[in-house]
Design a protein around this ligand. Structure first.
Ligand SMILES: [Mg+2]
Length: 308
């Protein structure tokens, strides 16, 4: 096992460093990196996912490449445009409803739409808007031709209410799938036009494939801001889904100031290639965490492993 600590290039979800643990099994290396504030029960899903990769590897890909979206954090409009361009992707996801006001959010989305009229645009609110705010926001955003809005409100019941208003922006559920006690509520309440699948939070590539089949909703695969070792499991899932209508949120290696592999999974022309064999963390030593962080992760690992 190796514990890593890599600085973030841009503060993301309040994080300035990404830390986690790499572990090896008979099928190769896997990443276990639940966010530090998550409790052991939640972190256990993430560990299940890592162990599955280490023990069984990846299912075979059904497609040669996976389209990915560029990601734009809560930046000022001109910075946001620069970041969107730099991604080289045809689809851009813009973070909203975080530390910035609705006006600032709208200005950011508008700036990207004006600078890049032909890209597909989506926003991700991480459940940060109230139902009223989301209604105002989606009304204002609809003319900007959004592909979808990801988790505009937190509660699955509110997602359903918002969707029933028919504001002209499709709704995709993320937190309502991966952090909910019951991911099936999204389908029962007809609360979304699609769902986000994340390998670690949902407990593995095969569990995600099963969920996609059961929920019968269009899927998009996203990362949990991982090193290329963790990211690769997401690319494998995207490669193995029978249908993949949207570009995936897997252009996140660039959010980290470094990576544990020789050649990080950075998309070329907005696409990544599903793995056949796993990556090796040959650069892990460069990003080895300090003793305190290492002890913290190893203790967490022992506690969480005992829950499985
Ligand atoms: Mg999201």
């Amino acid at each position: 096992m190796r514990v890593f600590s890599i600085p973030m290039r841009v503060r993301f979800r309040g994080l300035t460093r990404r830390t986690g643990l790499l572990l090896r099994g008979p099928a190769g290396w896997a990443e276990w990196s639940p966010f530090p504030e998550y409790g052991d029960e939640e972190a256990a899903h993430w560990l299940r996912a890592a162990l599955e990769v280490a023990e069984h590897g990846y299912p075979g890909p059904l497609r040669d490449t996976v389209p990915v979206n560029g990601i734009v954090p809560a930046l000022a409009p001109d910075e946001a445009v620069r970041r969107a361009r730099e991604s080289g992707c045809d689809t851009i996801k813009i973070k909203v409803a975080g530390e910035t006001s609705l006006d600032a959010d709208l200005a950011r989305v508008r700036a990207v739409r004006e600078a890049l009229p032909d890209v597909s645009l989506r926003v991700d609110a991480n459940g940060g808007w109230s139902l009223d705010e989301a209604t105002v926001a989606l009304r204002a955003l609809a003319p900007l031709r959004l592909e979808y809005a990801e988790q505009p409100v937190a509660a699955v019941e509110d997602l359903a209410r918002l969707r029933s208003l028919g504001l002209g922006v499709p709704i995709v559920a993320d937190e309502s799938i991966r952090r909910a006690d019951d991911p099936y509520r999204v389908a029962e309440l007809d609360a979304a036009d699609g769902i986000v699948l994340k390998v670690q939070p949902l407990g593995g590539v095969r569990r995600c494939l099963a969920l996609a089949k059961e929920l019968r909703l269009p899927c998009v695969v996203s990362s949990a801001v991982e090193t290329s070792i963790g990211l690769q499991a997401g690319v494998a899932l995207a490669g193995a889904l029978p249908e993949l209508p949207w570009a995936c949120g897997l252009e996140t290696a660039r959010l980290l100031a470094g990576d544990v592999v020789e050649r990080p999974l950075i998309p070329e022309s907005g696409r990544l290639v599903p793995p056949v064999v796993g990556l090796e963390p040959t650069r892990a030593r460069r990003w080895q965490a300090d003793a305190e962080t290492t002890d913290w992760w190893l203790a967490r690992h022992d506690r969480v492993a005992a829950l499985l």
